[in-house]
Design a protein around this ligand. Structure first.
Ligand code: XMP
Length: 521
């Protein structure tokens, strides 16, 4: 069984980050609500617990608390911020409001050496709290302080109990990853068995146990998640899998060709390519409203997919590329969902006819783990590390009416832009800070719903306009426009106007998100 660290969520906005940092140390971690049933938590046989931060105060009535079974389990516990206060409270210490809230950077003054804090002198840490420990529980000593926190870290080393007032999981605490790694490896004794091979083995066993000898259907879109999910299921059940690729006519240049190239070898006759471009274009005829486009594409996709499924004898199982952040986020409706800005109605999404049982092999994986697994499964790098592409495809980048001719212009301009960026090494795929400074996380062309006047070879032209969009971002929630070199922009603009018939002008989008979104529709 995979070594597991359970992270109990007390409602911090950083809880997911703790999971990621632990997994970066090659130790499997799962995030569960602080009040999850004891059986489901202990069923994972945790080698240690981490208690997240949270917005409440432990002394408030009805505040989340540390369940007794966690202490009774006898395994090490690391409390972070609120988690530390909950630990202290449960062990008989005292937590009280601090005279001043502490928020921002602080230098950590390490007063006693411990497995956790062998991280150099005065490392910078990130603080964000309003409460402090007044009385430590019996057996605890102070391990570190800051100017404002006399108990910035404390511990009962004999029991493997640690508390940190600061947040080791955030980027603002540079030694934080190391601290968390020390906790899971040295204090909890994990060896680090969360490797691509073990992730694949575990997924394969789960899939086999779930589907037995039944047939499974998958929709491959060419996107990372559906590709990796399909490859995993194929590894697990081989011939029982059939995959359908629906060419909506709204794909990027050569997309269907390399999806076919990536999967044909392994899936052979079990890969069905459906050319549904005509159906999508006729459904979209005359439609210009973005949400209406998304709705039509979603519906058309379901119809096409259901026809393909019935031709394949309606397999009872359907592969779904749900990833761990979706699982975690769908769990917490009480925390309020961000307002819906756009319907992310994915092509490749779930048919509403719900008599499929879902196979979700990526359910426990973060995006970067999905990519690493994809590589380990031998999928081509171009597929595994590709930039995000909206489910509704080029339709939401073809502003105004979506016709085959307009989409073709857009496709050609987009191919020119991405080819020039790739040639300059300016398209980045890996989440790597150094590359991020120089590269774009997402770059594409947009066809605008206006015409502009130009002059070509002494002739007046009146043609369409392409906008280029390139952004730097880590999480796609906020983004900045990429400061691309002038020379590259000049070359791209020149090529587009010369090579794409019917386009006579190119503009560069210099809007950040917010207030803009990354896509234009
Ligand atoms: P926005 O435009 O909201 O995009 O800033 C954030 C990220 O989401 C992608 N995106 C979509 N992905 N279906 C998708 O699967 C959609 O309808 C959709 N709309 C936007 C967008 O490309 C960016 O990466």
């Amino acid at each position: 069984m995979t070594e597991t660290i359970v992270i109990l969520d007390f409602g911090s906005q950083y809880s997911q980050l703790i999971v990621r940092r632990v997994r970066e140390a090659q130790v499997y971690a799962e995030l569960l609500p602080w009040d999850a049933p004891e059986e489901s938590v202990m069923g994972l046989a945790p080698k240690g617990f981490i208690l997240s931060g949270g917005p409440r105060s432990v002394y408030e009535a009805g505040a989340p608390f540390l369940p007794a079974y966690v202490l009774a389990s006898g395994v090490p516990i690391l409390g972070i911020c609120y988690g530390m206060q909950a630990l202290v409270d449960a062990l008989g210490g005292k937590v009280a409001p601090a005279a001043d809230r502490e928020y921002g950077f602080a230098a950590l003054d390490i007063s006693q050496s411990s497995a956790l804090l062998r991280v150099g002198d005065h490392p910078q840490v990130w603080m964000s709290h309003g409460d402090r420990i007044e009385v430590m529980p019996p057996g605890f000593t102070v391990l570190a302080k800051t100017d404002n926190s006399p108990m910035a870290a404390l511990g009962d080393l004999e029991h493997g109990y640690y508390g940190l007032q600061f947040h080791p999981e955030v980027g603002h605490t540079p030694a934080g990853g190391q601290i968390l790694e020390r906790f899971v490896r040295e204090v909890c004794g994990c060896q680090g068995d969360w490797t691509p091979e073990s992730i694949i083995d575990q997924a394969v066993q789960r899939i086999q146990a779930q589907v037995g000898a039944a047939r499974v259907l998958s929709a491959v879109s060419g996107g990372v998640d559906s590709s990796v999910a399909t490859a995993l299921v194929q590894r697990a059940v081989g011939e029982q899998l059939a995959a359908v690729f629906v060419d909506t006519g709204l794909m990027r240049q050569d997309e269907s060709t390399w999806v076919e190239a990536a999967f044909r070898d392994n899936l052979g006759g079990n890969l069905v390519m459906v050319d549904a471009a005509d159906q999508f274009f006729s459904a979209l005829a005359g439609v210009t409203a973005p949400e209406e486009k998304r709705r039509i594409i979603g519906e058309t996709f379901i119809r096409v997919f259901e026809t393909a499924a019935s031709e394949l004898g309606d397999p009872p199982y359907l592969v779904q590329g749900t990833i761990y952040p979706d699982v975690i986020e769908s769990r917490a409706p009480e925390r309020g969902h961000a307002q819906r800005i756009k319907t992310h109605h994915n092509v490749g999404g779930l048919p509403e006819r719900m008599d499929f049982a879902l196979v979700e092999p990526l359910r426990y994986l973060f995006k970067d783990e999905v990519r690493i697994v994809g590589e380990a499964l031998g999928l081509p790098a171009a597929l595994v590390w590709r930039q995000p592409f909206p489910g509704p495809g080029l339709a939401v980048r073809c502003l105004g009416e979506v016709t085959p001719e307009r989409v073709e212009k857009l496709r050609q301009a987009d191919a020119i832009f991405t080819a020039e960026l790739a040639a300059e090494g300016l398209l980045i795929y890996r989440q790597n800070q150094a590359a991020e400074a120089a590269g774009t996380a997402q770059a594409f062309a947009v066809l605008l719903p206006v015409k502009a006047v130009g002059v070509m070879g002494d002739q007046r032209t009146y043609e369409e306009v392409i906008a280029l969009r390139a952004v730097t971002t880590v999480d796609f929630m906020t983004a900045d426009w990429a400061r691309l070199p002038d020379g590259v922009l000049a070359r791209v603009a020149n090529r587009i106007v010369n090579e794409v018939q019917g386009v006579n002008r190119v503009a560069y989008d210099i809007t950040s998100k917010p207030p803009g979104t990354i896509e234009w529709e």
